[in-house]
Design a protein around this ligand. Structure first.
Ligand code: IMP
Length: 200
Protein backbone atom coordinates (compact mmCIF):
# COMPACT_ATOMS: atom_id res chain seq x y z
CA UNK A 1 0.00 0.00 0.00
CA UNK A 2 1.50 3.35 -1.05
CA UNK A 3 1.73 6.23 1.42
CA UNK A 4 0.98 9.64 -0.09
CA UNK A 5 1.66 13.01 1.52
CA UNK A 6 -1.24 15.30 0.62
CA UNK A 7 0.05 18.82 0.09
CA UNK A 8 -3.17 20.51 1.20
CA UNK A 9 -4.97 21.70 4.30
CA UNK A 10 -8.32 22.07 2.54
CA UNK A 11 -10.64 19.89 4.64
CA UNK A 12 -13.06 19.39 1.74
CA UNK A 13 -10.32 18.11 -0.55
CA UNK A 14 -8.85 15.87 2.16
CA UNK A 15 -12.22 14.25 2.85
CA UNK A 16 -12.72 13.60 -0.85
CA UNK A 17 -9.26 12.08 -1.30
CA UNK A 18 -9.90 9.71 1.61
CA UNK A 19 -13.04 8.54 -0.23
CA UNK A 20 -11.52 8.52 -3.73
CA UNK A 21 -8.22 6.82 -2.86
CA UNK A 22 -9.22 4.13 -0.34
CA UNK A 23 -6.24 1.90 -1.17
CA UNK A 24 -3.66 4.46 -0.01
CA UNK A 25 -2.36 5.67 3.32
CA UNK A 26 -2.84 9.44 3.22
CA UNK A 27 -0.71 11.77 5.34
CA UNK A 28 -2.18 15.29 5.68
CA UNK A 29 0.03 18.37 5.37
CA UNK A 30 0.98 19.16 8.99
CA UNK A 31 -0.40 22.25 10.70
CA UNK A 32 3.16 23.28 11.63
CA UNK A 33 4.40 23.10 8.03
CA UNK A 34 4.65 26.30 5.93
CA UNK A 35 1.97 27.49 3.48
CA UNK A 36 2.84 26.20 0.03
CA UNK A 37 3.18 28.95 -2.58
CA UNK A 38 1.00 28.79 -5.70
CA UNK A 39 2.02 31.65 -7.96
CA UNK A 40 1.44 30.14 -11.40
CA UNK A 41 -1.09 31.16 -14.04
CA UNK A 42 -2.22 27.59 -14.72
CA UNK A 43 -3.58 24.78 -12.56
CA UNK A 44 -0.76 22.51 -13.71
CA UNK A 45 1.98 24.96 -12.69
CA UNK A 46 0.44 25.43 -9.26
CA UNK A 47 -0.07 21.72 -8.65
CA UNK A 48 3.58 21.00 -9.50
CA UNK A 49 4.78 23.98 -7.46
CA UNK A 50 2.88 22.78 -4.39
CA UNK A 51 4.00 19.17 -4.79
CA UNK A 52 7.67 20.07 -5.32
CA UNK A 53 7.56 22.52 -2.40
CA UNK A 54 6.02 19.89 -0.16
CA UNK A 55 8.56 17.28 -1.21
CA UNK A 56 11.50 19.61 -0.43
CA UNK A 57 10.06 20.48 2.99
CA UNK A 58 9.20 16.88 3.82
CA UNK A 59 12.67 15.63 2.90
CA UNK A 60 14.12 18.03 5.49
CA UNK A 61 11.42 17.90 8.17
CA UNK A 62 9.13 14.93 7.52
CA UNK A 63 8.25 12.76 10.48
CA UNK A 64 7.54 9.52 8.59
CA UNK A 65 8.49 7.97 5.27
CA UNK A 66 6.15 8.62 2.35
CA UNK A 67 6.30 7.19 -1.16
CA UNK A 68 5.13 10.28 -3.04
CA UNK A 69 3.65 13.74 -2.62
CA UNK A 70 0.26 14.50 -4.12
CA UNK A 71 -0.90 18.08 -4.70
CA UNK A 72 -4.27 19.21 -6.06
CA UNK A 73 -4.83 22.52 -7.79
CA UNK A 74 -8.40 23.01 -8.74
CA UNK A 75 -11.10 25.58 -9.25
CA UNK A 76 -14.27 26.73 -10.89
CA UNK A 77 -13.98 28.24 -14.39
CA UNK A 78 -16.96 30.34 -15.47
CA UNK A 79 -17.18 31.11 -19.19
CA UNK A 80 -18.93 34.47 -18.72
CA UNK A 81 -16.05 35.50 -16.42
CA UNK A 82 -13.36 34.56 -18.98
CA UNK A 83 -12.58 31.39 -17.05
CA UNK A 84 -12.51 33.04 -13.62
CA UNK A 85 -12.16 32.65 -10.78
CA UNK A 86 -10.16 29.64 -12.12
CA UNK A 87 -6.73 29.37 -10.49
CA UNK A 88 -7.80 32.14 -8.11
CA UNK A 89 -10.82 30.17 -6.84
CA UNK A 90 -9.43 29.78 -3.31
CA UNK A 91 -8.59 33.49 -3.15
CA UNK A 92 -11.85 34.87 -4.61
CA UNK A 93 -13.83 37.15 -2.25
CA UNK A 94 -11.65 36.36 0.73
CA UNK A 95 -12.99 39.43 2.52
CA UNK A 96 -16.20 37.41 2.99
CA UNK A 97 -16.14 34.78 5.71
CA UNK A 98 -18.53 32.18 4.31
CA UNK A 99 -18.85 30.39 1.00
CA UNK A 100 -22.56 31.26 1.06
CA UNK A 101 -21.56 34.92 0.73
CA UNK A 102 -18.73 34.24 -1.71
CA UNK A 103 -21.05 32.20 -3.91
CA UNK A 104 -23.63 34.99 -3.83
CA UNK A 105 -20.98 37.51 -4.92
CA UNK A 106 -19.88 35.25 -7.76
CA UNK A 107 -23.47 34.80 -8.97
CA UNK A 108 -24.06 38.56 -8.73
CA UNK A 109 -21.14 39.16 -11.11
CA UNK A 110 -23.06 37.51 -13.94
CA UNK A 111 -25.23 39.95 -15.86
CA UNK A 112 -28.83 38.96 -16.52
CA UNK A 113 -29.05 36.61 -19.48
CA UNK A 114 -25.34 35.75 -19.34
CA UNK A 115 -24.04 32.38 -20.48
CA UNK A 116 -24.00 30.31 -17.26
CA UNK A 117 -21.77 27.49 -18.48
CA UNK A 118 -18.88 26.59 -16.19
CA UNK A 119 -16.60 23.70 -15.30
CA UNK A 120 -14.69 22.44 -12.34
CA UNK A 121 -11.08 21.57 -13.17
CA UNK A 122 -8.63 19.56 -11.08
CA UNK A 123 -4.95 18.96 -11.78
CA UNK A 124 -3.10 16.51 -9.57
CA UNK A 125 0.69 16.56 -9.39
CA UNK A 126 2.41 13.43 -8.12
CA UNK A 127 6.07 13.69 -7.13
CA UNK A 128 7.73 10.37 -6.22
CA UNK A 129 10.22 10.33 -3.36
CA UNK A 130 13.64 9.06 -4.51
CA UNK A 131 14.36 5.60 -3.18
CA UNK A 132 10.69 5.02 -2.33
CA UNK A 133 8.87 5.14 -5.67
CA UNK A 134 10.50 5.05 -9.11
CA UNK A 135 9.58 7.51 -11.83
CA UNK A 136 9.45 11.20 -12.63
CA UNK A 137 6.94 13.77 -11.38
CA UNK A 138 3.76 13.79 -13.47
CA UNK A 139 0.39 15.49 -13.62
CA UNK A 140 -3.08 14.23 -14.45
CA UNK A 141 -6.28 16.20 -14.78
CA UNK A 142 -10.04 15.94 -14.75
CA UNK A 143 -12.94 18.27 -15.47
CA UNK A 144 -16.71 18.29 -15.16
CA UNK A 145 -18.94 20.51 -17.28
CA UNK A 146 -22.02 22.22 -15.94
CA UNK A 147 -23.86 25.49 -15.39
CA UNK A 148 -24.18 27.94 -12.54
CA UNK A 149 -27.38 27.74 -10.50
CA UNK A 150 -29.29 30.95 -9.74
CA UNK A 151 -28.81 30.61 -6.00
CA UNK A 152 -26.76 28.72 -3.40
CA UNK A 153 -28.47 25.32 -2.97
CA UNK A 154 -27.58 22.49 -0.60
CA UNK A 155 -25.05 21.88 2.12
CA UNK A 156 -23.10 18.85 0.85
CA UNK A 157 -19.54 19.16 -0.33
CA UNK A 158 -17.56 22.38 0.03
CA UNK A 159 -16.61 25.60 -1.68
CA UNK A 160 -18.56 26.30 -4.87
CA UNK A 161 -20.45 22.99 -4.82
CA UNK A 162 -23.81 24.61 -3.91
CA UNK A 163 -23.87 26.78 -7.06
CA UNK A 164 -22.68 24.18 -9.60
CA UNK A 165 -25.16 22.07 -11.55
CA UNK A 166 -23.26 19.28 -13.31
CA UNK A 167 -24.59 18.54 -16.81
CA UNK A 168 -27.40 15.97 -16.68
CA UNK A 169 -28.55 16.87 -13.15
CA UNK A 170 -31.11 19.34 -11.78
CA UNK A 171 -29.36 19.37 -8.39
CA UNK A 172 -26.17 21.16 -7.45
CA UNK A 173 -23.14 19.37 -6.06
CA UNK A 174 -24.31 20.87 -2.77
CA UNK A 175 -27.52 18.84 -3.05
CA UNK A 176 -26.14 15.65 -4.58
CA UNK A 177 -24.59 12.99 -2.35
CA UNK A 178 -20.82 12.58 -2.29
CA UNK A 179 -21.35 9.14 -3.88
CA UNK A 180 -22.88 10.81 -6.93
CA UNK A 181 -20.31 13.61 -6.97
CA UNK A 182 -17.58 10.96 -7.03
CA UNK A 183 -19.01 9.34 -10.16
CA UNK A 184 -18.50 12.49 -12.23
CA UNK A 185 -16.42 15.13 -10.50
CA UNK A 186 -13.24 16.74 -11.74
CA UNK A 187 -11.34 15.32 -8.74
CA UNK A 188 -12.73 11.82 -9.22
CA UNK A 189 -11.73 11.87 -12.89
CA UNK A 190 -8.23 13.09 -12.04
CA UNK A 191 -7.96 10.34 -9.41
CA UNK A 192 -8.95 7.70 -11.97
CA UNK A 193 -6.13 8.95 -14.22
CA UNK A 194 -3.74 8.96 -11.24
CA UNK A 195 -4.57 5.35 -10.39
CA UNK A 196 -4.00 4.31 -14.00
CA UNK A 197 -0.54 5.92 -13.96
CA UNK A 198 0.45 4.50 -10.58
CA UNK A 199 -0.69 0.98 -11.40
CA UNK A 200 0.78 0.89 -14.90
P1 IMP B 1 -6.57 25.56 -4.52
O1 IMP B 1 -6.51 24.35 -5.40
O2 IMP B 1 -5.98 25.33 -3.19
O3 IMP B 1 -6.00 26.77 -5.21
O4 IMP B 1 -8.09 25.88 -4.21
C1 IMP B 1 -9.12 25.34 -4.94
C2 IMP B 1 -10.41 26.09 -4.63
O5 IMP B 1 -11.31 25.81 -5.69
C3 IMP B 1 -11.09 25.60 -3.36
O6 IMP B 1 -10.71 26.35 -2.24
C4 IMP B 1 -12.56 25.78 -3.71
O7 IMP B 1 -12.92 27.11 -3.52
C5 IMP B 1 -12.58 25.51 -5.20
N1 IMP B 1 -12.85 24.08 -5.47
C6 IMP B 1 -11.99 23.15 -5.95
N2 IMP B 1 -12.58 21.96 -6.04
C7 IMP B 1 -13.82 22.12 -5.59
C8 IMP B 1 -14.91 21.22 -5.43
O8 IMP B 1 -14.84 20.01 -5.67
N3 IMP B 1 -16.03 21.77 -4.95
C9 IMP B 1 -16.16 23.10 -4.66
N4 IMP B 1 -15.17 23.97 -4.77
C10 IMP B 1 -14.00 23.48 -5.24
Amino acid sequence: MLTLLLASRNAGKLREFAELLPGFTLVPWPAAAPELPETGAFFQDNALQKAEGARAWWQAHGTEPVDAVLADDSGLCVDALWGGPGVLSARFAQDLASYTDRNRRLLDMLPEGADRTARFVCVLACVPLPGRLPGEPFTVSGAVEGTLAFEHRGSQGFGYDPIFLPDGYDQTFGELSSEIKHTLSHRARACTALLQKLHR
